[in-house]
Design a protein around this ligand. Structure first.
Ligand code: UDP
Length: 466
């Protein structure tokens, strides 16, 4: 169902330039354009315009694409220089975005911007346009970072107060209300220097926004959402799990993922027994060392479990190592794979989108967090929801460095525990994963918490622009 453009309601959406941000922003825009009579202009750099036009399904007629020049380093190079990339995003996009905003017809009635674009609130304030912030990571991470920002502001930015040497200390000792988190989970954030400074700047500007939306859903992080609602001076709307809108039909009922032609890996999955395949992906841009990749390959082969592994640039080398023990592809339609009957487990780097997609698919997970918010998501998966096991001894927060942090024997052992369909430990994880899967689906279906939150957001938002 597409909507008629309405001059009085024109949302300008601007995502952070990364796949884990562009996809959920597009999903939100699909929801907005199909649920309400809203025209959306989706603003990305030229490079991202190419990626979006080449992806499925194409944006519906209610969403028009607009681009600003490629003012930031290429998507491909950003993993190598996270700090430089983030700095460029903070300083170089504002001016071309504001120029574009001035030219748009009809004029923007609201901006929906990724939280990691702190300048968007300034632009909105200057132009008198309301700004809504979309946070595409966990609410737990947001809340911890938000509290940290408040505390650091009070302590003149003294990060040393958080003694990262005491890795096993509960984070709750420093930041109230984060029961399962350990200081170690925050180590790569606290040690990040410039990126931490920039992340805190982003969180501080949320107070200037008109509301903050989350790709999570209320039931998944209920305590954190309750706390956020009393701590943040703007409305909080959890509207996830953020999944491609094609998975909901017109009645907002979840439907099975489908695709026009089945790629080779789907045919391969079709030929495997139910629940027997482990899907392995370490995300779209961070990576671990070549030596660690080899160790993962050996561990997977040793486990005797069949696997489908997305390993971008290294796929041909790794294919030689694993032989026919599993299938290695450079890219796949992840949600479709996770929903396939033969897939029985997910080895993930714990990016928030992947975490939500794993929850939505009801799969037990093996966690291999690399950096930033990923150790926090891993802690939620393993210790809060109890639907997975950690592969990095609980502390692995190295920045994809050149070392092996987990050996093949250990990897093989954990893979066997999670994929043992008859084992009590695996059965218990699967039972809880199935409960969360139902909760995730209920949340997005008509009458569910996220569906209701989206309606409230639209009502409040329309009230403000009318
Ligand atoms: N993804 C995909 N195919 C792949 C690998 C990743 O479709 O082969 C998608 C995945 O479904 C998720 C996104 O890319 O939606 C990755 O986002 P996430 O937050 O998990 O991790 P990031 O790559 O941003 O670290």
């Amino acid at each position: 169902m597409s909507s008629e453009p309405s001059p009085c309601c024109h949302v300008v959406a601007v995502p952070y330039p990364g796949r884990g941000h562009v996809n959920p922003m597009m999903n939100l825009c699909r929801l907005l354009s199909s649920t309400a009579n809203v025209l959306v202009t989706f603003v990305v750099t030229e490079e991202w315009l190419g990626f979006i036009l080449g992806s499925e399904p194409p944006p519906p007629p209610g969403i028009r694409l607009a681009s600003i020049p490629n003012v930031i380093p290429s998507e491909v190079g950003r993993a190598g220089n996270f700090s430089g990339f983030l700095e460029a995003v903070y300083t170089k996009m504002e001016e071309p975005f504001e120029r574009l905003l001035d030219r748009l017809e009809p004029p923007a009635s609201a901006i929906v911007a990724d939280t990691y674009l702190p300048w968007a609130a300034e632009v909105g304030n200057r132009r008198g346009v309301p700004v809504h912030s979309l946070f595409t990571m966990s609410a737990t991470y947001f809340s911890a970072l938000y509290s940290l920002e408040r505390q650091l502001a009070a302590a003149d930015g003294d990060v040393a107060a958080y003694d990262v040497g005491k890795a096993d200390e509960p984070l709750a000792k420093y930041i109230q209300g984060h029961a399962p988190l350990k200081l170690a989970d925050f180590r790569s954030v606290l040690a990040a220097g410039k990126p931490l400074e920039l992340a805190l700047q982003a969180l501080s500007t949320v107070r200037k926004a008109d509301s903050v939306l989350f790709t999570s859903f209320y039931e998944l992080e209920a305590r954190v959402f309750d706390a956020l609602r009393s701590n943040i001076p703007v409305p909080v709307y959890p509207v996830g799990p953020s999944i491609p809108y094609m998975l909901l039909d017109e009645k907002r009922t979840v439907v099975k993922p489908s695709g026009s032609a089945a790629p080779d890996y789907v045919e391969w999955l079709d030929s495997q027994p139910d629940g027997s395949v482990l899907y392995v992906s370490l995300g779209s841009f961070l990576s671990v060392s070549g030596a660690q990749m080899d160790e993962i390959a050996m561990g997977l082969s040793l486990s005797g479990t069949r696997f489908l592994w997305v390993a971008r640039s290294e796929s041909s080398r790794l294919r030689e190592t694993v032989g026919d023990a599993g299938l290695i592809v450079p890219w796949c339609d992840q949600l479709r794979v996770l929903g396939h009957a033969s897939v029985g487990g997910f080895l993930t780097h714990c990016g928030w989108n992947s975490t939500l997609e794993g929850v939505f698919s009801g799969l037990p997970m093996l966690t291999f967090p690399i950096f930033w918010d990923q150790p926090i998501d891993s802690r939620l998966i393993v210790d809060e929801w109890k639907i997975g096991l950690n592969l990095r001894g609980g502390v692995g927060t190295e920045e994809g460095g050149g070392v092996v942090v987990v050996g093949r024997e250990e990897i093989a052992g954990v893979v066997k525990r999670v994929m043992d369909l008859e084992g009590d430990e695996s059965k218990a994880m699967r039972r809880r994963a199935a409960e969360l899967r139902s909760a995730a689906r209920r949340a997005v279906e008509a009458g569910g918490s996220s569906s209701t939150n989206l309606e409230c957001f639209i009502r409040d938002f329309m009230g403000n622009v009318a």
